[in-house]
Design a protein around this ligand. Structure first.
Ligand code: FES
Length: 337
């Protein structure tokens, strides 16, 4: 840890001071201190954590993060999730008061206590993390590998169980991610930092639609479980869309089936985009196309949660807002880059 304690001033109308320790990024230090700084991916990809530095010095985690445009660079903007302070700093940081009161992220040592394959390339790990380690359904954590690299993974279970379950997908040709999938086993100790994320379940009394693609399954399973455990669940309807490239990717069935007894109605729509079997009677194409053709006439009266690769998430959100007139406040997503 190169920095013991640093003090920040945040200019968000109000000026606040907080400490940054253990080589934390500015974003993580702010969140740990209860300052609801705006962010989405925590990985340098989305650009929602931009800030300006008026005084002090920071070091960059990634040299050229995708979340910063040329214009941002010219204007001297930086990403809070990619900036590690190396001195006292004064920064102007955007905050989102709506999200104050979320559980503050904490870095913890954890142990893998169970592992199983969900599909040919999707693996579920159960991590023992201590009963007080809480999160909201739909949130994610950063897992640090032994070589120091971190990746974001969403929890698929419900809080309060003392364990966090995550799903790790092997990326085609991605040796590193593959190694991460293959190497971690029961008994291994890892570092987990979380929870993070805004696309958490909000009980509103409305019916819910979950739309997942690829590794977006985990947070949507958690949200669906959150719905099933919420007040009035027996009157709620759940529509769950899950898109994969081939039939062997589809594994939402076991999770969705487990909720059938708790909710008034549960519908699973599996969608295959690439290798569609000749006898496949279900939906084909991209997930947003399946949502468009599903004919849910009351979509604008439901809460909609979306998780998956950024192009899929963007396509779904565009469709919901522009064509299906779903109010923006009822759509919740975090994109992973
Ligand atoms: Fe920092 Fe996405 S770029 S939160």
């Amino acid at each position: 840890s190169e920095v013991a304690t640093r003090t920040f001033q945040v200019r968000d109308g109000e000026t606040r001071r907080f400490d940054c320790t253990d080589g934390d990024t500015l974003l993580r230090a702010a969140l740990r201190a209860g300052v609801p700084a705006t962010y989405e991916c925590n990985s340098g990809g989305c650009g929602s954590c931009k800030f300006t530095l008026s005084d002090g010095e920071v070091r960059q985690v990634q040299e050229s993060p995708a979340g910063l445009t040329e214009r941002d660079r010219r204007k001297g903007r930086l990403l809070a999730c990619q900036s590690v302070p190396t001195s006292d700093c004064t920064v102007s940081l955007l905050v989102d008061p709506v999200d104050s009161g979320l559980p503050a992220p904490v870095r913890r040592r954890a142990e893998i206590v169970d592992a199983r394959m969900l599909t040919h390339d999707l693996r579920e790990l159960t991590i023992s993390i201590g009963v007080d380690a809480t999160f909201l359904p739909g949130q994610f954590a950063m897992l640090r590998r032994p070589d120091g690299e971190e990746r974001a993974y969403s929890m698929s279970n419900l809080p309060g169980e003392g364990v966090w379950q995550i799903q790790i997908k092997r990326v085609p040709g991605g040796a590193e991610s593959g190694a991460f999938v293959d190497d971690l086993g029961v008994g291994d100790r890892i570092e987990v930092d979380g929870p993070y994320g805004h696309a958490h379940f909000r009980p509103t009394g409305r019916d819910v639609v979950c739309i997942a693609g690829g590794s977006g399954l985990a947070p949507m399973v958690s949200v669906a479980r959150g719905l099933a455990a919420s007040d009035g669940a027996a009157e709620r309807r759940l529509h769950f869309f899950y898109g994969g490239r081939a039939a062997r990717d589809l594994c939402a069935g076991e999770f969705v089936a487990e909720l059938a007894g708790e909710l008034a109605e549960v519908t699973l729509v599996d969608v295959i985009s690439d290798e569609v079997p000749p006898d496949w009677a279900g939906a084909r194409g991209f997930v947003h196309e399946a949502v468009a053709t599903a004919g849910l006439s009351d979509l604008a009266d439901r809460d909609i949660y979306v998780a998956g690769p950024p192009p899929m998430t963007d396509a779904v959100v565009r469709l919901l807002v522009r064509e299906l007139q779903v109010p923006v406040g009822q759509i919740h997503y975090d994109r992973f880059f």
